[in-house]
Ligand binder design. Structure first.
Ligand code: XIL
Length: 386
């Protein structure tokens, strides 16, 4: 089973713990109390979605597919539309799992966001190397990018409704991240990728996606980027705010609303693309974002809730979730989708990042797939109206 999980540069323990993360089964009968659903509660406001990991897509996480289909009207592949999974070797495309996700979405009336066409992570080394293992030149790399985007976005034309075209191109100070894409192609690689995506899937919504976009400096960088792209006539329709948050960050939650307003003012919609709200502390030295390169050794004192989520912590989390959804609802004319990064706490990536093997509770359904206080607080917030 572990061979299904491929993580560039990650340890076997990491994939093993992910597999074990799904061992706690969601009972097939776990229908949400009161029959409340995100789909229905947020109808007419914005789409509410979830990322589905491979175990969910392949039906190996009991009950989770049903829960997802009842609750959500949007899905994203947590890993299975990333380059390392779609084109692990040059010219060898593997679409099986991605196809299954797209079929699941169609069968359940869900919109699909493709994640992701260009990123510096989870992209195989061959992409950036020539036949001698040296850095590949600009022209061949552009050709590889074009082939990848044309093949992938073209295959799902009309079935994947939006694409995260470029992910995480910015540093915390708002400048362009030093990645192989930037080094080899130069700063216009972003414009190139959006143009290629538009060519391959002209109806798709095209998204620039990043983490920590609530931070003023990074927000300013993203606004500059969007304005430059639009000034050049590049098709870009939304900024995706990943929104991997916690109990103490964003420190000023209103920064989230300020970013939504700033992006809307630069002429694009906002999609909340990867929402979760971790209850575990970040280790000293972390950027508190979502940089996959961070990988801290397990510290037991930073894993305090192995036996269960204390009620007061669940209540604090619920209050923060409700506050966030308040901002999203206040800006429902600008926010077109809010997607959680996972369905249940059991399957969340936060159990293994930035530290492998912790027990986190970042989502709104518990390890058995039952709604948490956060779910009820969010539903109450939308029922209360604006
Ligand atoms: C994460 C997945 O959730 C993990 O399963 C995987 O091991 C690493 O990637 N930002 C992104 C997502 O854009 O693709 C990342 O997803 C989380 C951070």
């Amino acid at each position: 089973m572990t061979h299904h999980f491929r993580f560039t540069g990650r340890s076997a323990a990491f994939s093993l713990s992910l597999v074990l993360g799904f061992a706690a089964a969601v009972p097939a009968r776990a229908v949400e109390e009161g029959g409340e659903t995100y789909r229905e509660a947020f109808a007419g406001k914005f789409l509410v979605g979830a990322a589905l990991g491979r175990a969910v897509i392949e039906g190996r996480a009991p009950g989770v597919q049903g829960l997802a289909a009842r609750q959500f009207n949007a899905v994203t592949a947590e890993n299975d539309m990333k380059w390392e999974n779609l084109q692990p070797e040059e010219g060898r495309f593997e679409f099986e799992v991605a196809d299954a996700l797209v079929d699941f979405a169609a069968a359940n009336g869900m919109q699909v966001t493709g994640h992701v066409l260009l990123w510096h992570q989870q992209t195989p080394d061959w992409v950036f190397e020539d036949e001698h293992g040296d850095p590949v030149g600009r022209e061949p790399l552009l050709e590889r990018l074009e082939t990848h985007i044309r093949t992938v976005a073209g295959r799902y034309r009309g079935r994947v409704h939006g694409w995260d075209v470029v992910n995480e191109a910015l540093n915390e100070d708002g400048s362009l991240r030093d990645s192989a894409w930037l080094r080899i192609l130069g700063p216009d690689y972003i414009a190139q990728a959006f143009r290629m995506a538009h060519e391959a899937a002209p109806e798709a919504r095209l998204i620039y996606n990043d983490y920590n976009l609530y931070q003023p400096d990074k927000r300013a960088g993203a606004v500059r980027l969007v304005r430059e792209l639009k000034a050049q006539g590049v098709p870009i329709h939304a900024v995706g705010m990943q929104a991997h948050y916690g109990l103490t960050h964003p420190e000023d939650m209103a920064d989230v609303a300020r970013s939504i307003e700033a992006f809307a003012a630069s002429g694009v919609d906002v999609e909340i693309t990867e929402l979760d709200l971790a209850v575990l502390p970040f280790p000293e030295g972390s950027d508190r974002g979502a940089d996959l390169d961070e990988n801290f050794a397990l510290q037991e004192k930073l894993d305090p809730y192995r036996a269960g989520l204390p009620e007061d912590v669940a209540a604090l989390q619920a209050a923060r979730y409700a506050e966030l959804f308040g901002f999203f609802l206040d800006h429902a004319d600008k926010v077109s989708r809010v997607t959680f990064w996972g369905v249940t706490d059991a399957g969340s990536w936060k159990n293994n990042w930035p530290m492998v093997g912790r027990t986190d509770y970042p989502l709104t359904f518990d390890r058995q797939g039952r709604p948490k206080p956060a779910f009820h607080a969010i539903i109450e917030r939308v029922r209360a109206g604006n």
